[in-house]
Design a protein around this ligand. Structure first.
Ligand code: ZN
Ligand code: ZN
Length: 252
């Protein structure tokens, strides 16, 4: 698999970091995970073939993860030189169908009927979805009522994505042995609340899960003032730590 961290920011407007958006490809499959503000420009800037996205996966309904989805569908409808025929599969937690029909009510029926098929699938915690050669496992996270974390497996490799999450023992089991954990690391330990990770919490998760490599995303400005990898190392994690930036490409 190839991962490009398209948007590594948060809800905070940032000149260098778009809100959450990540690109995964494997063989001919192109998959977009979350699509927050700035995602479309980020895809273009990274030179990614956004028009070929086959699967859109949503971790939860905070706007820094879904805010640009209507614009993505509008771009797929009007922004391609050759009109799109291929269906778009949308995978989201409980409530995703309600979300799309509310958007269609507010913005127009094109949102769910843009001239190509939009197939909406609800992912329940514990479910396994097949996305064209990528197998995706789903589990709940302590963040919002519907929020999920994801584990992508293809070609003998595994990539974990925390989405947004508070600390959870179950997550360590879920991510056991992944080759790369793309993890939120929102706030300093002194400021973090129950619904996000901090350097100490992430170190514990990565150690407990036996993960050799971690890529950090969703880092708020309050934490970026520090040397975040150093804080995680000091908290006991000895694996490789990558501070993800917008457009960074990683092989898994
Ligand atoms: Zn969130
Ligand atoms: Zn978020």
């Amino acid at each position: 698999m190839r991962l490009v961290t398209v948007g590594t920011g948060t809800v905070v407007p940032d000149p260098e970091r778009a809100s959450a958006c990540h690109w995964i490809e494997h063989g001919g499959v192109r998959l977009l995970v979350d699509c927050g503000a700035g995602a479309l420009q980020g895809l273009a800037r990274a030179g990614l073939s956004w028009g070929e996205v086959g699967h859109l996966v949503i971790s939860h309904f905070h706007t820094d993860h879904i805010g640009e989805i209507p614009s993505l569908i509008f771009a797929l409808r009007h922004g391609l030189e050759v009109p799109r025929q291929a269906p778009l599969a949308v995978w989201g937690p409980a409530g995703v169908e309600r979300l799309f029909s509310a958007w269609a009510n507010a913005l127009g029926s094109w949102l769910t009927d843009p001239g190509f098929e939009v197939d909406i699938h609800e992912m329940r915690p514990g479910a396994v979805a097949e996305m064209g050669g990528i197998r995706v496992h789903v589990t709940e996270t302590p963040h919002t009522e519907e929020s999920v974390a994801l584990r992508f497996e293809a070609g003998g490799s595994a990539l974990g994505y925390t989405g947004d999450t508070g600390p959870s023992r179950e997550l360590a089991e879920f991510f056991r042995g992944v080759d790369l954990l793309l993890a939120e690391c929102s706030l300093p330990d002194e400021l973090v609340e129950d619904n996000h990770l901090s350097p100490e919490r992430l170190a514990r998760l990565a150690v407990d899960a036996g993960v050799r490599r971690v890529a950090l995303t969703h880092v708020y400005p309050q934490l970026r003032r520090f040397d975040v990898p150093e804080l995680i190392r000091r908290a006991g994690y000895a694996g490789e730590i990558v501070m993800a930036t917008d457009g960074l490409a990683l092989r898994i």
